[in-house]
Design a protein around this ligand. Structure first.
Ligand code: MGD
Ligand code: MGD
Ligand code: SF4
Ligand code: MO
Length: 711
């Protein structure tokens, strides 16, 4: 090894993962990132996105300086300005809007959860705006909130064997982090090992995913119908007396009402809805209930439907009925390291470590009354309101790390809202994007290799260190920018620390370590405890695990799960489905990309050059499509051009289109973003009544070959 070479331990943030990595430096240059074999969280695993981190860090297209728009909006005419000028302008504009119209006329938007989430929310709360816009209504938070009202915390698969046991039975349900790398703080590689070990593995997915190769039972469910399957499993378990009598008796609420509620939801009832044979539903229910301990690993496939919230509730009920809650090898509530301070004193952290808007602020929310369990301002409603001005027109927005033109639905509405109606838009990002092109001010954000951090986002059983090892141009950590803007807007109560490093020291204060000392230690772990409900009870209104939800009853929503058919489906819209004969799934995550991100990274793009739609060969043949053909996938609302890939592992009337595609290599300002973006296929006609989630995996479409008339 050359004398100028060194290796620094850090943790990757190419996705939601918790992979600890080794960063290899030659002088100041980062030359390689590899998995850390000593890591208790990821045990040496690294995925291609992690390996490509230096390519992303040093990519020539990175935004390097703040830029102010000088031409018409969206014309790609910019001037470089200083950070001081950028922040002064922002503060001035935000303050004017706040004084003239009120703080709710400002919005803060972000995409998926990121390390700075606690700062964007803190900033929105301190500013006093309820208009925090992000995809939480269809990602993760439905599961988190369903868990919060059912059992007071989010249960996760117990795959690390802290209690000496690995799950004997695993249901992998609407999740594919084994193939994509990681999600929601769970490492796919560790899960895969646990799945291999399990006596029984059950996979429930409309597509045959890799894990199905090892499974004892593979249930190819019709998209969006999981609630019906779960209800039938609950019915089987109760009617056959396979539930955990002691847990139900001592720790649950509403069992009798549940038994009555599910009486008619038999496997025979569920079979035509789910397309899963009734005897298979019974077998799987029995296997899950009798193989102990058992664990359900759920994913975004559960959230993204009009029935996602109730489905989440039904899956929780399965975990509770079988007594698999908080037992070694079951679905557990992780104990976070005790001496780390919660990151957001201005935010209610009492429920499952999730940040909810303070209730008095929620009253202002644009969607109040519509979706009682919506975690934030409902994005489709928000963007529409910017155009219609109903109930009011937000005047300024700061989009911190999101590309909603591509990743949200209603991309054309968002484009119009930003181009023609929003008075002032700031976008913070690593790269110029179709969304950032519509901003008035663009701020260059730091990559994770440019960040110091105490990594604590998913509140798991450890915190990790992340280290700033590079500096590209004038990029800045978003949180440093938020600090500056907040201070200059006078929001000192919410941002009492002089700067973010003081804040990091404050987080760690009770551990007796400064951030610099923690960097050396690299990880802080907790001591896992099981069956905490025996002493602490459940943090629900009844203090028990609620089969019957008091919170749902209070909100006037069904206190026990009910099944809702997707509004656009062969069963609910038979006429429409004659014209649009395929069920459309879109957005199953891909190993090489993170939503719209990383499409400009050569290594990753080489592995995955084109946007793909998976289609069954028999269906393709009917449409005159060959493997590799470019096709249009079209719904009543829009179309996208993708490349057909044959898959025997998908039903003959289901297609799976990749989401959020754009071509960063194409010319700005549009980068051909309207060509292959499957998100343009969704209308604003169907939402989950509880959360406002959108049926991204259960819609209708047709498919035809590019160059041919649609059939
Ligand atoms: N059709 C369909 N659409 C979907 C989904 C689906 O299943 N189907 N999934 C949905 C889900 S689950 C989610 S969470 C959303 C995700 O939606 P988004 O979060 O909007 O998706 P990204 O493409 O990750 O966009 C994030 C942007 O942030 C930038 N960025 C990355 N890191 C940082 C950072 O540290 N700071 C700053 N300032 N910028 C950063 C990236 O360069 C990128 O331009 O997409 C949703 N969209
Ligand atoms: N590489 C990579 N990793 C990522 C991301 C990424 O973009 N790329 N995104 C991150 C984000 S924001 C998220 S939310 C997570 C999500 O990660 P996951 O929770 O794994 O979610 P998805 O990939 O959306 O879908 C998982 C599986 O659900 C199946 N599915 C779809 N619809 C249904 C249904 O109706 N019922 C059932 N039972 N299954 C269904 C899909 O076929 C897919 O195999 O991944 C995170 N990790
Ligand atoms: S799975 Fe996620 S956290 Fe792990 S190496 Fe890949 S990108 Fe990084
Ligand atoms: Mo997500």
């Amino acid at each position: 090894m050359k004398s100028s070479s060194r290796i620094v331990k850090s943790s990757c943030r190419g996705c939601h993962g918790v992979c600890q990595v080794l960063v290899h430096l030659d002088g100041d240059k980062i030359v390689r990132v590899s998995g850390d074999p000593d890591s208790p969280t990821s045990r040496g695993f690294i995925c291609p996105k992690g390996i490509a981190a230096p390519d992303m860090l040093y990519h020539p297209d990175r935004l390097k300086f703040p830029m102010r728009r000088i031409g018409p909006r969206g014309a790609n005419e910019w001037e470089r300005i200083s950070w001081d000028a950028a922040i002064s302008e922002m503060v001035d504009r935000f303050d004017t809007i706040r004084r003239e119209s009120g703080s709710e006329y400002l919005a803060v938007a972000q995409g998926t959860g990121r390390p700075y989430t606690e700062f964007t929310i803190r900033f929105a709360n301190a500013l006093g705006t309820p208009n925090f816009v992000n995809p939480g209504h269809l990602c993760y938070l439905p599961r988190v909130i369903a868990s919060a009202i059912t059992m007071g915390a989010l249960p996760v698969s117990d795959i690390y064997e802290f209690g000496g046991k690995s799950p004997a039975c695993i249901i992998n349900w609407g999740c594919n982090h084994v193939e994509t790398g990681a999600s929601d703080g769970m490492c796919g590689s560790i899960f895969k090992k646990a799945a291999k070990k399990a006596e029984k593995l059950i996979v429930i997915d409309p597509r045959r995913i890799g894990l199905a190769e090892e499974a004892d039972h593979t249930l190819q469910i019709r998209p969006g119908t999981d609630c019906a399957l779960a209800l039938a499993m609950i019915q089987t378990i109760i009617s056959e007396g396979l539930f955990d009598q002691a847990f139900v008796h001592d720790h649950s609420f509403g069992f009798d009402r549940l038994a009555e509620h599910v009486r008619s939801f038999t496997p025979e009832w569920a079979e035509p809805i789910t397309r899963i044979p009734s005897d298979q539903i019974r077998t799987v229910a029995r296997t899950y209930a009798t193989t102990k301990p058992a664990s359900i690993q759920w994913g975004n496939g559960i959230d993204t439907s009009v029935n996602g919230f109730q489905t989440g509730r039904a899956l929780l009920i399965l975990m509770g009925l079988t007594g698999n809650i908080d037992v070694p090898g079951g679905n557990v509530i992780w104990v976070p390291p005790s001496k780390i301070r919660p990151k957001s004193p201005l935010i209610d952290m009492s429920v499952a470590g999730v940040q909810f808007m303070p209730p008095e602020k929620k009253a202002l929310i644009l969607t109040k009354g519509k979706y009682p369990f919506a975690p934030n301002c409902h994005p489709p409603t928000f963007w529409k309101s910017v155009i219609t001005g109903d109930p009011y027109r937000v005047r300024g927005i700061w989009i911190v790390g999101s590309n909603p033109l591509l990743t949200a639905t209603q991309g054309l509405t968002i484009e119009k809202a930003l181009r023609d109606h929003m008075e002032y838009t700031v976008v913070s990002d690593l790269f110029m994007t179709p969304t950032a092109q519509l901003a008035d001010l663009v701020l260059p954000a730091a990559h994770w290799l440019e960040q110091d951090d105490v990594v604590y986002m998913h509140k798991i059983w450890c915190v990790l260190s992340r280290k700033k090892l590079a500096q590209i141009g004038e990029t800045r950590d978003d949180r440093d920018v938020i600090f500056d803007v907040a201070h200059r807007l006078g929001l000192h109560e919410a941002f009492p620390w002089p700067d973010r490093h003081t804040y990091l020291d404050w987080l760690l204060e009770e551990t007796g370590m400064s951030f610099d000392q923690f960097k050396e230690k690299n990880i802080l772990m907790s001591e896992m405890r099981y069956r905490k409900y025996e002493t602490d009870r459940f943090h629900t209104p009844s203090g028990k695990f609620e089969f019957y939800s008091n919170v749902m009853e209070h909100e006037g929503r069904p206190p026990m799960p009910v099944y809702l058919e997707p509004p656009l489906s062969p069963l609910s819209s038979p006429e429409l489905s004659e014209k649009y004969p395929f069920i459309l799934m879109s957005g199953t995550k891909k190993l090489e990309f993170f939503h719209s991100e990383m499409h400009q990274i050569r290594l990753l793009r080489k592995m995955h050059p084109n946007p793909i739609v998976e289609i069954h060969p028999a269906a393709a043949e009917r449409c005159g499509i060959s493997d590799g053909d470019w096709v249009y996938v079209e719904s009543p609302y829009g179309r996208a051009r993708l490349q057909a890939r044959f898959s025997e592992g998908i039903a003959t009337d289901v297609v799976n289109a990749e989401h959020a595609w754009w071509y960063p290599e194409a010319s700005p300002p549009d980068y051909r973003w309207k060509e292959s973006c499957a998100n343009l296929l969704y209308g604003d006609d169907s939402f989950d009544p509880d959360t406002g989630a959108e049926p991204l995996k259960s819609y209708l479409c047709t498919v035809y070959k590019d160059g041919l008339e649609r059939t």
